[in-house]
Design a protein around this ligand. Structure first.
Ligand code: UDX
Length: 433
């Protein structure tokens, strides 16, 4: 099938590449000329495991190409994916200017029937708006489909190739049939393609992300309570996670959720509620609890150092909002760095992928280390912010020799409490004694 993808951010690139992998002829469009040039040379502009191999293979096979011309995109594809950003507006709602701007251009350029797919996370009613905007410009027939993505950064290729479900929101038989054909190779295992109306599909994405953010936040509160009463959240997690109604996943407490999706989507759903006079009390709490949770280590650090951390040096392991990504959007580590700098502390960081992004933000205000050991040299304490695998089994002897004091503040519960006691560390983690 002939497919065009408008927008080569993380969602657009993964979508385009994976659709090419199953034999479709895919053209990806982006307005950024430099980026398009790079991609034409085979360079993947983001860090996402396994994407590069598929990307280069499909370029070589002439199934994946790039252009800056939306006109070319419309001439090429029978199916047009909109994978454009929907950033957070000042008031927390989703900014639709990119999506509606592209819709207007599509309306001007369209010459024959197309299926236009909203892949971006968009508020309920966006498919309707896109249809309106295009219809104002043309009489040519087209259908708009809502087809939300459920890709996790770091696992996006796998999630796309082996989805647990595909959601298609459309009221057009023709568009539904085309979408089912396009996705058939990805659901051979029997996972469902769930067809529904456009609005329900749009809400499915927000409901999924808000539910998961709520699940994590609930566990963060249970963890905070565990500390007050002397319980161990690891035990509680195991105890409740074995109930299949609750499930084991997304029960890991920590220093809050971050990333490009959860924070933005929870706020946008809350805002959508307000717009129709519905107050999502639960989401209001989730947003507030998560803001506090991101900084939960700060008072502990202050207490340990008798409220004087000015001039103290902190090693930070992990900057990305989660492992296997270089993405630092809404990463808890950034909030911690900010708070510590405000208190006059010095900071030495290490992250396997995210350091260039952090350097763009903090410049020479902090020290960027070549590896995890270097970051700890001469530091008063180690703070763990992201659970990269390489932080899970450190050489504790080396760590003790490097640190001025054997102190770890662990925002991701990486180490065993008993091991920490044996090694002689002062060890503060989340929801454990
Ligand atoms: C999420 C959704 O999982 C995905 O379906 C959607 O399409 C985009 O948003 P992503 O943002 O890549 O994906 O990351 P995810 O793995 O879901 O983690 C989100 C945040 O929650 C991270 O900050 C992570 O550290 C945190 N988290 C996750 C926890 O704190 N505890 C957990 O148990 C799980």
């Amino acid at each position: 099938m002939k497919v065009s993808v408008i927008g080569t951010g993380y969602v657009g690139l993964v979508t385009g590449t994976c659709l090419a992998e199953t034999g479709n002829d895919v053209l990806c469009i982006d307005i950024n000329e430099e980026k398009v040039k790079q991609m034409q040379e085979g360079l993947v502009p983001i860090y996402e495991p396994h994407l590069d191999v598929l990307f280069q293979r499909n370029i070589k096979a002439n199934r994946l190409s790039f252009s800056t011309s939306l006109k070319e995109g419309l001439e090429h594809g029978d199916i047009i994916f909109l994978a454009l950003p929907t950033p957070e507006d000042e008031d927390g709602s989703a900014d639709l200017s990119y999506v509606l701007g592209a819709a207007k251009d599509i309306g001007r350029l369209i010459t024959d029937y197309k299926v236009i797919i909203d892949k971006s996370t968009v508020p309920v009613g966006t498919a309707e708006k896109v249809t309106e905007v295009i219809s104002k410009e043309t009489n040519v027939k087209f259908d708009v489909v809502s087809n939300p993505e459920f890709l996790r950064e770091g696992f996006a290729v796998d999630d796309f190739l082996k989805p647990e479900r595909i959601v298609i929101g459309s009221s057009s038989e023709k568009a539904i049939a085309l979408m089912q054909k396009l996705y058939k190779p990805f659901v051979r295992s029997g996972n469902p393609v769930i067809v529904m109306d456009e609005k329900s599909a749009e809400l499915t994405k927000y409901a999924a992300n808000s539910f998961l953010a709520t699940k994590i936040t609930f566990m963060n509160e249970i963890a905070n309570f565990c500390e007050k009463v002397g319980a161990d959240v690891d035990k509680v997690r195991a105890g409740i996670g074995t109930d299949s109604r609750i499930g084991k996943r997304f029960l890991f407490p920590g220093i809050g959720y971050g990333g490009s999706c959860f924070p933005k989507d929870v706020k946008a759903l809350y805002k959508s509620g307000k717009e129709v006079g519905y107050n999502f009390d639960i989401l209001d709490s989730v947003i507030r609890v998560n803001e506090t949770q991101k900084k939960i280590l700060i008072p502990r650090i202050e207490r340990y150092f008798n409220n004087d951390i000015s001039g103290k040096t902190f090693a930070i392991w992990g900057l990305a909002f989660k492992p296997e990504t270089d993405d630092i959007r809404e990463a808890p580590a950034l909030y911690i760095i900010e708070e510590l700098l405000n208190r006059g502390a010095k900071i030495q960081v290490f992250d396997p992928e995210a350091m260039p992004n952090v350097e763009r933000r903090f410049g020479d205000k902090i020290v960027y280390s070549l590896n995890k050991n270097e970051a700890t040299k001469g530091a008063d304490a180690l703070i763990v912010c992201t659970e990269w695998s390489l932080f899970r089994t450190p050489d504790f002897e080396k760590l003790k020799a490097n640190l001025k004091q054997s102190v770890i503040f662990d925002g991701r519960n990486l180490y065993d409490l008993e091991d920490m006691r044996k090694e002689g560390f002062y060890y503060s983690s989340i929801g454990r004694k």
